[in-house]
Design a protein around this ligand. Structure first.
Ligand SMILES: [Zn+2]
Length: 209
């Protein structure tokens, strides 16, 4: 849902192109389907669909290693959970920045959220500031900037913003484990359900009973 609202913002303000990275995560097929449907609805024609085989081979996360269970019902935000995929967002951003150089794009939008989320270290503002310093050093023109417009927002605010922008929440997928119905129990489902409830809105995707 965060990526979708972020994409809706990018479309509102720019001529947008969209990148997808499958990385061997449990719900990879469902997420790719959502990516394509969201692009279609938002009118984003320029799309790059890629695969990262390294993250699955490396493992170390409940999302990429079938032997590590996705936690259900623990306290969110106490410590970095096992659903953290080691240094994942840097892989995504590396792909996006490489493509931005080729397209001549100057902004790379990412829907990272710091507060009110799982506490992943690659969702901190300092991480993006450091990444931007890297881009300035490591690209031809040095003029590409990663922006994370949702980073300081609460999840309920993101739902409200999405509704204002007509972001297609019905096409999104957040669950870490279900692909036909969202489980409603993993951290991602729980944060999402709480956000819709706090925003006084109904989450349009199907949940297991
Ligand atoms: Zn779930």
């Amino acid at each position: 849902m965060d990526s979708c609202v972020c994409a809706a913002l990018a479309v509102r303000d720019h001529d947008a192109a969209a990148v997808h990275v499958s990385y061997g995560q449990r719900t990879e097929e469902r997420e790719r389907k959502s990516f394509l449907a969201v692009c279609e609805r938002l009118g984003i024609e320029n799309r790059l669909v890629t695969r990262n085989d390294a993250l699955r081979a490396i493992g170390g996360s409940a999302l990429t290693d079938p032997n590590i269970a996705v936690p259900e019902g623990h306290t969110i935000g106490q410590e970095i959970p096992v659903t953290y995929v080691p240094f994942r967002n840097a892989h995504f951003l590396a792909v996006a920045v490489s493509w931005a150089e080729v397209l001549g794009a100057e902004k790379v939008y990412i829907g990272a959220v710091e507060q009110d989320s799982s506490g992943y270290p690659d969702c901190r503002p300092s991480y993006y500031a450091a990444f931007n310093a890297l881009i300035r050093q490591g690209t031809k023109e040095g003029n590409i900037e990663v922006v994370a417009p949702l980073i300081a927002m609460k999840k309920a605010q993101i739902v409200r913003l999405g509704l204002e922008l007509n972001a297609p929440f019905d096409l999104t997928w957040s669950c870490y484990q279900g692909e036909t119905r969202a489980c409603g129990k993993c951290d991602s489902c729980r944060l999402r359900l709480r956000a819709f409830e706090e925003a006084g809105a109904k989450d349009p995707i199907p949940y297991a009973a």
